[in-house]
Design a protein around this ligand. Structure first.
Ligand code: SF4
Ligand code: SF4
Length: 377
């Protein structure tokens, strides 16, 4: 373990840029923390924190000069690895009558992601499984992800809507990073650095660091322990798949659907949601056409359209599909939960629907138990 001085953060970003990375990191945009391209360390949100609750998000000042003293904002690294809109190809009828197609090249990267929280590391690894972890590799995702350099940041304070500890995805990053920083404010502003790869070690050597002392390691451990004990939410995951499968007809789905607006915010902010649609558009003259991939949401009526109509007509069916996929069918499909406990869907739901509360209510009123049937039957 090493220690990086606060003043070395800017040289760290410079070293990444010198190596050809496009540096993406947190900054303040439109009143929220957002992961955006950074041209300088001055754009980092120094002295900024956030206050989050169901349906509520606001930034506030903090007086300790912390650089990473906030939790997740609305966007995630998904916006860069799996962008909301992507042109796949364009076709054009030339004057000689020939139709010519141009495949769109990936324009970004290689990326250095600075400030990745442990829940988002888990989300990236879930999307890796979906897009590049099987026989059918998504070329665009692969090219964005392949050389991405990851600087993780361990959370010091849990947000009110966070529940990564329940999902076993945080608050401390375990692997999947090149460097992992824990920000230490007491006894001098500095970062404890864990090195996760050879290239991480090379970058750190360029920047300069010192060996960590036992007090640095102990301080970082205390930061992570404090954070884990402050989780704003909790989700009981034991047997959750079976719980949801046997409660497909639970009356709670009707109750939640009376509040749910089917706006799809929860799917847009979720760092693991991967649904997308493919649209073709032709210009009015009929000479140009483009195929575009766009994020889609299971809250849209068209999402489940099969010839003749949509399978999930009601808001109830769509909410149930979303939550059951996240917490149950995802496990059958990909071998893990589709939820990493980042809390974004709770914060950014306009009517404050809370996945942890919905799961807890269904557990507390488990239909099988309620009618006295043995769940093992
Ligand atoms: S749960 Fe909330 S965010 Fe999701 S679709 Fe319903 S109202 Fe929108
Ligand atoms: S379902 Fe909600 S809490 Fe879970 S990963 Fe998605 S946005 Fe985060």
């Amino acid at each position: 373990m090493r220690v990086l001085e606060r003043k070395s953060l800017s040289p760290l970003l410079e070293a990444l840029r010198r190596r050809g990375y496009e540096v993406i990191g947190p900054t303040v945009r439109d009143g929220a923390i957002s992961y955006e391209p950074l041209s300088s360390a001055d754009q980092l949100p120094v002295g900024v924190t956030d206050e989050q609750e169901g349906g509520t998000y606001r930034l506030a000042e903090r007086d300790d000069g912390a650089v990473f003293g906030f939790n997740n904002g609305a966007n995630s690294w998904k916006n860069h690895l799996f962008p909301p809109e992507l042109s796949l190809w364009k076709g054009r009828r030339d004057e000689d009558g020939e139709i010519r197609f141009t495949e769109q090249e990936h324009r970004g990267g290689p990326y250095a992601f600075v400030g990745v929280r442990s829940c988002d590391l888990a989300a990236i690894s879930i999307q890796d499984r979906v897009f590049i972890g099987d026989a059918y590799v998504n070329g665009d995702y692969e090219s964005r992800r392949r050389d991405a350099f990851i600087v993780a940041v361990n959370c010091a304070e849990a947000g009110n809507t966070c529940f990564c500890a329940s999902m076993d995805t945080g608050p401390r990053a375990g692997d999947g990073f090149d460097l992992a920083l824990t920000e230490l404010l007491d006894g001098g502003h500095r970062f404890l650095v864990e090195v996760g790869s050879e290239r991480g070690e090379e970058v750190l050597a360029e920047v300069g660091s010192s060996p960590a002392e036992p007090r640095d390691v102990a301080a970082a451990d205390a930061v992570s322990e404090d954070c884990a004990s402050q989780m704003g939410r909790e989700l009981e995951t034991d047997g959750i798949k079976e719980l949801l499968y046997r409660n497909v007809e639970h009356p709670r789905w009707d109750e939640v659907s009376e509040r749910c607006l089917s706006c799809g915010n929860c799917t847009l902010v979720c760092p693991t949601c991967f649904c997308h649609s493919i649209d073709d558009a032709t210009d009015l003259a009929g000479t140009e056409s483009e195929r575009v991939r766009r994020w889609d949401s299971c809250f849209g009526l068209e999402h489940s359209y099969v010839h003749g109509g949509s399978v999930r007509q009601s808001g109830k069916a769509r909410y149930r599909q979303w939550m059951t996929h996240k917490l149950a069918t995802w496990i059958d499909q990909f071998g893990s939960s589709g939820c990493v406990g980042c809390g974004r869907c709770i914060t950014w739901c306009p009517v404050a629907i809370d996945i942890t509360e919905e799961a807890a209510v269904i557990r507390a009123t488990d239909r099988i138990e309620a009618v006295g049937i043995n769940a093992d039957d």
